[in-house]
Design a protein around this ligand. Structure first.
Ligand code: ATP
Ligand code: MG
Length: 238
């Protein structure tokens, strides 16, 4: 499977979810590659890899960087400032789809950056499925609407790219009124799109600060991990 994690807004939990589902899939025995599309390389850093190693920018520019192995079946290609370069900006939106075609991993996860539409598009176009991450902030809902519009337009024109997508409500705390209302708001705006839930969970935040894939931490039974497993279930079974 190839999965893009995107949002259209910063700081909603994309990287946490991308790293989390990569770790859950690896623990299930999939051979997983996480492709970090963020110039800040948060995913590579958060999983414990050296974020300054050659990675996604080099891959896009036609080199063959070796993914950094984090465990037997989890590797990562770091992002990095090279992604902001002019050469990368000028590439065809299908450049990443073409570049990953030779990888033989059974799951490839693209962690998209905030506010850099051309980098996000590489991921959306290379993916078969997209997780659109959203929180209760109005800008997040607008950002999700924009991603959905891009995906729907591409699918309508039979262009390559994600064919299925769901909304992932992120960092949800059901004691907060805003969070309780989010589900209803999304149902009203996007009634035909599945909604998944990742609750606020310190274990998920800690895994990144400890720079360890969450399934390799002592918190691999946390509620956040249970929610990640739910998202993986949607990816596998719809
Ligand atoms: N489910 C969660 N529970 C608790 N904290 C979370 C959760 N998801 C994300 N966070 C925290 O929220 C912050 C932002 O998360 P993250 O970096 O994953 O977002 P992002 O969408 O990738 O951000 P950016 O747009 O900068 O790439 C981090 O400090 C992270 O630890
Ligand atoms: Mg991120």
């Amino acid at each position: 499977m190839k999965v893009a994690v995107a949002a259209g807004k910063g700081g909603v939990g994309k990287t946490t979810i991308a790293c989390g589902i990569a770790s859950v899939l690896a623990a299930q025995g999939q051979r997983v590659l996480l492709i970090d599309l963020d110039p800040q390389s948060n995913a590579a850093w958060g999983l414990g890899a050296d974020p300054t190693q050659p990675g996604t920018a080099e891959l896009l520019l036609g080199e063959r960087p070796v993914p950094i192995a984090l465990s037997d079946n989890l590797s990562v290609l770091p992002g990095g400032p090279g992604l902001k370069g002019h050469e990368v900006m000028r590439l065809d939106p299908e450049a990443l789809a073409d570049a990953v075609a030779t990888f033989d991993h059974t799951a490839i996860i693209f962690d998209c950056p905030p506010g850099l539409d051309h980098l996000e598009r590489f991921g959306l176009v290379a993916a078969e499925m997209a997780l659109i991450v959203v929180d209760a902030h109005p800008f997040a809902i607008q950002g999700a609407a924009r991603v959905i519009e891009t995906l729907s337009a591409r699918r309508q024109k039979n262009r390559p790219g994600a064919q299925r997508w769901s909304l992932v409500m992120s960092r949800v705390d059901l004691r907060r009124t805003l969070d309780k209302d989010l589900d209803a708001a999304l149902n009203a705006m996007f009634p035909e799109i599945d909604r998944l839930l990742i609750r606020q969970d310190v274990a998920l935040a800690l895994a990144t600060t400890e720079r360890t894939p969450v399934m390799q931490t002592t918190s691999h039974t946390s509620r956040g991990v249970a929610d990640l497993q739910g998202v993986v279930g949607w990816l596998q079974n719809g």
